[in-house]
Design a protein around this ligand. Structure first.
Ligand SMILES: CCCCCC/C=C/C(=O)SCCNC(=O)CCNC(=O)[C@H](O)C(C)(C)COP(=O)(O)OP(=O)(O)OC[C@H]1O[C@@H](n2cnc3c(N)ncnc32)[C@H](O)[C@@H]1OP(=O)(O)O
Length: 358
């Protein structure tokens, strides 16, 4: 269900009627979504340095990147409803994730034409996945598995699909290293499990380069549509780490052991067309028609009888499921050890000293 103009106007009106101050963060978010929904991406100059409020508003609006107006309108309506649960949208039931997802700006969930869309929304950081985002995505997939959508889509906002794991994930948390790595391994395991167990067709729209875990989990999707600007890169060895996302099992199955080793052990970056030839990508579209063509395809597929698609997917998946869970557990166990290694610690330090880009 997409928010109509009327839903949006109602939500704007409801904000004016709020009796309690929702707080500065909420007000900034409302401001940014309102501007994005009514004017599109921010293209006004950044306010001067002492205009603190103006700059905070500008930052919030700019952070929405190229989020489409319709999505911003929907997010505004959803956010207003979450501020006051008693204020419900006039269009009836909202998107599924709205019912169980924590508020998150970095992972945006929307619903349209029986399709739930999960968008990685950190364009300024190339959609790198933070610790919180792993948890939000896991929740979003759980919610989508229960909502009334037919297909679930995963994509990225901006010019990257995702640069993979946020390399600062291990530097901005508290507790002992052992505890942090154990928690991270568990979070990763739950994240990948939610892809393994996802019961409906899951489609990736790879709008630009994909790195690391954003590539590996693609082996667990049912279809992967890519822009011809997308690339696929798993530089694990140069980061001192090892493959995850079940790729140590799915990649050799999909592309054969030799091509899998080239990517997962030697870190060869491949183009969308190469990934398609190797079976990781379903189809490649020219970048300037990518959204239009991929969405036309998805909208048509979403009209298929949902139960048949769901049961079909489960048949395709069910026989390998136990193996996938075992592979996931083993990959996470090995990674937990690798994170403590000198090779890994040095590689992350090199990245943040700006000497070690891919
Ligand atoms: C719970 C833990 C689970 C762990 C699971 C294991 C997962 C493993 C992986 O995913 S391994 C892959 C990790 N990713 C990378 O190594 C990519 C690192 N990034 C880069 O090499 C480059 O940023 C780039 C090639 C993706 C893009 O280069 P460029 O176009 O020149 O842009 P910038 O480098 O200027 O990037 C803009 C801005 O984003 C920050 N950023 C980009 N990617 C990451 C990242 N993965 N982690 C943290 N930050 C990232 C970059 O630092 C810049 O920030 P700044 O503007 O300087 O503040």
């Amino acid at each position: 269900m997409v928010a109509s103009e009327k839903d949006f106007e109602n939500a704007v009106h409801q904000v004016k009627l709020l009796k309690e101050d929702p707080g500065n963060d909420a007000k900034l978010k409302l401001y940014a979504l309102y501007k994005q929904a009514t004017e599109g991406p921010c293209n006004v100059p950044k306010p001067r340095v002492f205009d603190f409020l103006g700059r905070a508003k500008w930052d919030a609006w700019t952070a929405l990147g190229s989020l489409p107006k319709e999505t911003a309108r929907q997010n505004y309506v959803d956010f207003v409803s979450s501020l006051r649960p008693s204020l419900t949208s006039s269009s009836g039931e909202g998107p599924a994730a709205h019912r169980s997802l924590p508020e998150s700006e970095d992972v945006v969930v929307t619903s349209k034409d029986s399709i739930t869309v999960i968008t990685l929304n950190r364009p300024a950081k190339k959609n790198a996945i933070t610790y919180q985002m792993y948890q939000d995505i896991t929740l979003a997939l759980k919610a989508a598995s229960k909502d009334n959508s037919t297909i679930t889509v995963f994509t990225g906002n901006g010019n990257y699909y995702s640069s993979g794991n946020d390399l600062s994930n291990f530097s901005n948390r508290s507790g002992s290293l052992q505890q942090m790595y154990a928690e991270s391994a568990l979070t990763l395991r739950n994240f990948v499990d939610s892809f393994i167990d996802f019961p409906k067709p899951l489609v990736a729209l790879v709008n630009g380069p994909a790195v690391g875990i954003a590539v590996t989990v693609l082996g667990l999707f049912d279809a992967v549509y890519a822009s011809d600007r997308a690339t696929f890169h798993t530089p694990f060895s140069s980061l001192g780490i090892t493959p995850e996302g079940c790729s140590s099992y799915t990649f050799p199955k999909i592309m054969g052991p030799a091509k899998a080793a080239e990517m997962l052990i030697f870190g060869k970056k491949i183009t969308a067309r190469e990934a398609c030839a190797q079976g990781l990508v379903t189809e490649v579209f020219p970048h300037n028609t990518f959204q239009k063509e991929a969405w036309a395809r998805l909208t048509a597929y979403a009209k298929n009888p949902p139960k048949a698609m769901r049961i079909g997917k489960q048949l395709l998946r069910s026989f390998g499921k136990e193996t996938l869970h075992a592979v996931n557990a083993e990959e996470c166990r090995v990674l937990q050890e690798r994170w403590l290694s000198e090779e890994c610690v040095n590689a992350i330090q090199t990245f943040f000293s700006k000497k070690g880009k891919l």
